[in-house]
Design a protein around this ligand. Structure first.
Ligand SMILES: Nc1ncnc2c1ncn2[C@@H]1O[C@H](COP(=O)(O)OP(=O)(O)OP(=O)(O)O)[C@@H](O)[C@H]1O
Ligand SMILES: CC(C)(CO)[C@@H](O)C(=O)[O-]
Ligand code: BAL
Length: 282
């Protein structure tokens, strides 16, 4: 496994792989890896000849009062995990390599970036689409892998790729969960032991929504009410948002749904914001 921190070296190494006819898979991450990230790597390894993982805590997707400085980091451990998974290249640029003096170009989806989590975190998705488009240009992968836990992010990246004719296949990977159901997330490490226990309420609310839909319930209001009841039974979590949207374009759904919908939850435990997002079918 090669660890590369400059764009020039990354391009040179991948040019040779491409000339040899090998397909490239990219797994973008912000590090502090868990088994959810490793699931993305396994998907990449299965369908591509060469797997590139990137580790970059992207400053432009954090708001001024967010947790950029406390975001968990452990590069040494991350590299060991990626090596054990058979990753070929790890791209570990620093912020100065990615954002050079004078840079002023951004990539942004004008609607999807401003709804749901985009309302709670203004500018967040602009940072994500800008850095992901840069990573796509640097690595030029055939496929890139993203988790369904961040469903809005996945939808936004699909939109960007379609709108800008970027020749990358975006692959969504199902959410990997801890034993109690909590979606694996790097930020789980920031929870106090009490909050960690309480955080299971997110997956409980998602499971309640799934069970209702599986039993034939189609009313958005009824499903939302049940989810809120589950969430409000846990006083440690401050509920920031509970939404049910069209799974394809994240548009609002009124009354009863007749197409798959996605439930999107944001709950804060102290300063730690956790999300869970899941498609519930018909
Ligand atoms: N539990 C999970 N299952 C599958 N994919 C996941 C999971 N958690 C994160 N991912 C995916 O891994 C990629 C990198 O995510 P990131 O490094 O931000 O990790 P994270 O655990 O989501 O961190 P955070 O706590 O900041 O939300 C994203 O595509 C994300 O959707
Ligand atoms: C896609 C991503 C690596 C861009 O910084 C980040 O938003 C993440 O980890 O989900
Ligand atoms: N997985 C999403 C990255 C972020 O919260 O900034």
């Amino acid at each position: 496994m090669k660890v590369i921190s400059t764009i020039a070296e990354m391009r040179a190494a991948l040019k040779d792989e491409r000339l040899a006819g090998r397909t490239i898979g990219l797994v973008p991450t912000m590090g502090y890896l868990h088994i959810g990230h490793l699931a993305l790597v396994r998907h990449a390894r299965q369908s591509c000849d060469v797997t590139v993982a990137s580790i970059f805590v992207n400053p432009t997707q954090f708001g001024p009062n967010e947790d950029l400085s406390t975001y968990p980091r452990n590069l040494e451990r991350d590299l060991k995990l990626l090596e054990a998974e058979g990753v070929d290249y790890v791209f570990t640029p620093d912020a100065a390599e990615i954002y050079r003096p004078g840079a002023e170009t951004i990539v942004e989806t004008t609607h999807l970036s401003r709804i749901l989590i985009g309302r709670i975190r203004p500018g967040h998705f602009r940072g994500v689409t800008t850095v992901v488009s840069k990573l796509f240009n640097i690595v030029q992968p055939e496929r890139a892998f993203f988790g369904e836990k961040d469903y809005q992010q996945l939808a936004i990246i699909r939109r960007m790729v379609t709108d800008l004719d970027i020749p990358v296949e975006v692959v969504g990977v199902p959410t990997v969960r801890e034993e109690d159901g909590l979606a694996c997330s790097s930020r789980n490490a920031l929870l106090t032991p009490e909050d960690r226990k309480a955080a299971v309420v997110l997956s409980k609310a998602v499971a309640a929504a799934e069970a209702l839909a599986a039993g034939g319930e189609r009313s958005v209001a009824a499903i939302r009410k049940t989810m809120l009841k589950v969430l409000e039974a846990e006083p440690r979590g401050a509920v920031e948002a509970v939404d049910i949207r069209d799974a394809e374009d994240l548009s609002k759904v009124a009354g009863k749904f007749d197409k798959p919908v996605v439930v999107l939850l944001t709950v804060r435990f102290g300063k730690v914001r956790l999300i869970d997002q899941r498609v519930i079918g018909l």
